[in-house]
Design a protein. Sequence first.
Length: 184
Amino acid sequence: MSVTREYEETYWDTDSNGNKIQQTRRGSDTVAHNTRSTPFYIQDATDRIKVNPDGASFVTEKAYSRFEPGEVRGTSLHIAGLAINLGSITQTAQRRTIGYRYEEEIIPLNRDLYVLGEAADSSGEICMQKSSKKGDKFIISVKSEEELIRSAKGSMTVLLILSLIAGIGGITLFFLSLFNIIKF
């Protein structure tokens, strides 16, 4: 579960002419985050095996997501029902809470799972767990292996296209500056 505060921030900046200009940006920060897990069993057509989820990377299903608007307030002073906005006086950054996003992700019962990890029998029972070798992956996913691979390939394709565009742009700028068409 996580609770994220979304805010809008007003701040003062200086433009290229030295004029002060007021700008606004949006952001968020995590207010609360909690992960709970317990050992469980998975079963296929032949047998069942215990899974100890400690140290796993989870690919889960979103069970709950709600946004609650917050009170929009800048930097203000409240005295006996009177509110004075100090933002215009101090001209410093002002953060106004837009609202809070509450989200919960789960691994539902009776759901097919993909588990990639180390099988060990140190406790007398075979158990899937985090590998003792550093760098080995331990994944518990509601998506199949094929879906995870397809998603990773899609991300790699996007990154490849973006890097090619950036590379072509860099080479173009190099030649334009080499022939004094543009100056840096």
